[in-house]
Design a protein around this ligand. Structure first.
Ligand code: PLP
Length: 448
């Protein structure tokens, strides 16, 4: 192979046009990767003592090495201080009281989603938070009852939307406006979404969809969708499960009204790890009066300075914190905070830059297989319309190919009916792994 130039220069001049299908080239990209040390901060999964290639961060992110110590620290606080752990600081343990544990991740979350610290809070799990926020922000009026979404969104989101429509005494068939891909297409056209908002503008109470679609890996232009909704005074929310820690987010500037996400995918908080919510500042004044903005209130959302007076009459904390309901799960929070701080330390702009390269390299290496019709990449080729993940449809024996891939030590995931999802993540995956995955796929698809 030709050495283009010194490693740092390789990174700078790299564009898909300069990619080379060569393992040494891939390794050179790794040497030039300014984020390469982050991989060492994760436990890489193994099978029979052999490291696996893990391209499944879209489903469950890996364990940061710092997580165990963070949980151990809270276990030590519980062991020694017990209930005093909520309020006391021990000079030897150097603990932060649990009472304000939800504040420890605010700076990182604000960076990751592009919000202010008052606009974000970690709490509960994703679908629970979706219900909490729909209670507040789906407020149908006589004329405006509809919710615009996409067809085939994640099942939990569909169930949650239907539940809220029924709870308001309305019929999901009449109220849910689902924008579908065009005939013979699997991904959506932005113009179709924007046109649908225009068409239904007078009946829409809410626009709500995933920021990145779980199956196709398509990333939507959230800024454009929010702008269009706002032009018609329609509230807009996003499910960021596959977007957070994956694609650039600027929720505050975009004027998104609310959003929610899980942190066990690209943010590595551990299986079933905490969710987070975003509530735009523009709602904070109104939401201080629960007769303006309804919510499913609980004592942990009550004004923190007076919570333990234990009086009636709900007085919410200001901002996203007011949507908290229950006592925070401290051990999960410890894992969550460690993980989101790791992502924030790497920095979303850096992660995104590497991610675009990793995914473009995978796409490049699969070119001959797609040209031969052996597989189809259904994820948009435009980097602006995708994150890490590529969703592959294998022409024949899809499920068998996926199982052989797993046997060869490559962990992706299978989504019914016929899709292999591969997500090279910029925090802990390498260009060399991308090369190995493509090489293995080539051998599997061209064998026999
Ligand atoms: C992963 C995912 C969920 C999962 O919801 P939980 O409440 O965390 O189980 C929901 N919606 C989308 C779009 C997802 O990708």
């Amino acid at each position: 192979m030709t050495v283009l130039c010194s490693p740092s220069r390789v990174w700078l001049v790299l564009s898909p046009m300069n990619f080379v299908n060569d393992r040494l080239f891939a390794r050179q990209l790794d040497q030039a990767d300014p984020l390469r040390t982050y991989r060492e901060q994760f436990h890489m999964p193994q099978r029979n003592g052999q490291p696996l290639i893990y391209f499944c961060g879209n489903s469950l992110g890996l364990q940061p090495k710092a997580t165990r110590a963070a949980i151990d620290q809270e276990l030590a606080v519980w062991q020694q201080l017990a209930v005093e752990g909520w309020f006391e600081r021990d000079p030897v343990l150097q603990n932060d009281p649990w009472l304000t544990i939800h504040e420890r991740s605010k700076a990182a979350l604000a960076h990751i989603v592009g919000g202010t610290e008052a606009e974000v809070c970690a709490m509960n799990n994703l679908t629970v938070n979706m219900h909490l926020l729909l209670t507040s922000f789906y407020r149908p009026t006589e004329g405006r009852t509809q919710i615009l979404t996409i067809s085939g969104d994640f099942p939990s989101d569909q169930y949650a939307l239907e539940t809220h429509v029924r709870a308001r005494g309305l019929d999901p068939k009449q109220v849910l406006v689902e924008v579908a891909p065009r005939p013979d297409a699997v991904t959506w056209q932005l113009t179709d979404l924007l046109d649908a908002i225009d068409q239904h503008a007078d009946q829409l109470a809410l626009v709500l969809l995933s920021g990145v679609h779980y199956y196709t890996g398509q990333a939507f232009d959230m800024a454009a969708i929010a702008r269009k909704a706002q032009a018609h005074n329609i509230l807009v929310g996003f499910d960021l499960a596959h977007a957070v820690g994956n694609v650039p987010l600027n929720l505050h500037e975009w004027g998104v009204d609310f959003a929610f996400w899980c942190t066990y995918k690209y943010l590595n908080s551990g299986p079933g790890g905490l969710s987070g919510v975003f509530v735009h500042e523009k709602h904070h004044d109104a939401a201080s009066d629960t007769s303006n903005v309804p919510r499913l209130a609980g004592w942990w959302g009550y004004d923190q300075t007076r919570r333990f007076e234990m009086t009636g009459g709900f007085v919410p904390m200001r901002g996203a914190d007011g949507w908290q309901v229950s006592t925070p799960t401290v051990l999960s929070m410890a894992a969550h905070n460690t993980a989101v701080q790791l992502t924030a330390a790497a920095g979303m702009p850096n992660l995104r830059r590497k991610s675009e390269q990793l995914t473009a390299y995978l796409q490049f290496l699969l070119t001959d297989l797609t040209q031969q019709g052996l597989l189809t990449i259904i994820t948009p080729a435009d980097p602006a319309q995708r994150g890490c993940q590529l969703s592959l449809l294998v022409a024949q024996r899809g499920r068998a190919v996926f199982e052989q891939l797993t046997k060869a030590g490559i962990i992706g995931d299978w989504r019914e009916p016929d899709c292999i999802r591969l997500a090279p993540t910029p925090l802990y995956n390498t260009f060399d792994e991308v090369w190995q995955v493509a090489d293995t796929l080539r051998r599997l698809l061209t064998a026999g």
